[in-house]
Design a protein around this ligand. Sequence first.
Ligand SMILES: Cc1ncc(COP(=O)(O)O)c(C=O)c1O
Length: 375
Amino acid sequence: MRRDIAELFELDPALTHLNHGAFGAVPRSVREAQDRARTRIERAPMRAFRDDLPAALAAARESAAAFLGVQPDGAALVRNVTEAVGVVLQGLDIGPGDDVVVSDHGYLTAGWSAEARGARLRTARFPVDADPADVVAAFAAAVTDRTRLVVLDQITSPTALVLPVAAVAAAVAPVPVLVDAAHVPGALPGLDVEALGVAFWAGNLHKWAYTPRAAATLWVAPEHREAMRPLVTSWSHGLPYPERFDLQGTVDHSSWVAVPDGLAAWRDLGGWEQVARNADLLLRGAELVRAALGTRAAHGGIPSAPCLRLVALPQGVADTTDAAEALWQQLYAAGIVVPPVAFAGRGYLRLAAAPYNDEDDYARLAAALPGILGA
Ligand SMILES: Cc1ncc(COP(=O)(O)O)c(C=O)c1O
């Protein structure tokens, strides 16, 4: 770990952290800002909920919108992408008789939530080394005349690919598209949410933009805003979108209050220059690990996320969910936090690069793997 940067976080120095994408890591200064927000609320809860929080939450929501480059009237605060998916499914009143399209590279939350509402899932399938045109064709082929929503990860959860969102949205139109952008804020440069041609876009701020957990933005296209309601409805009555998402009864709002502190920490850590440094580090780190494994590059025509990428494991290693879980535990026992992923009958490691990582972290993984896999 880079000691100077690692000191800004509270990560256990005994572990090699190569899994930033899973839960993020909150810088100490941001955790302290959230603590201060909590303390202020606890000193006078009545004052906080009546007088302070409305303005603080509006400011937080607007700072997130500015960070993402969207107009403030389109962006609501939610706790995470899973909540955003629930809001959209509820707002569109999706249920029995409806189809929802997901992909085999998608995080499971959208599919589970849609099924729980009685909708039928249709799955777009494509290999890790597909070309963008294959991805577009797979989504288009999964759409039926009953399809009410298409959900796709902008950065795919298990496989770390950057999907061609705008091309998929154009191909499935007029079916509305919900983009699961959990890994995108602060991690994918050049983002223009409003130009993607999608109806809904939800991104976690607590993964790569250094806000406290749980803080996320749900952006909604103008024609759908009126129908969107928070899942926790208290105090939303009569308010327009997106203000109606701000005060959600007696939940802990402190993670949202500290959103501007997290985004400031992202800038202080180097902003997009820091992302470029991490992307370069990850290329070198992944190559170290790949060379130690003696496998071929995992990717084809779809680009990997800058700070998240797969390295293929040898044939037969971690190629099922159970085997991937067993390898995860072996790596963890060796002090290395990195997720093995079983995808389409093949095992991979999903490596991340965060500001606190350095080449030694990947070298440690590369050195440990032959022994672990040999055993
Ligand atoms: C693409 C994607 N979507 C959603 C999630 C879940 O995020 P949350 O628990 O914040 O809803 C993850 C978690 O890593 C993810 O990778």
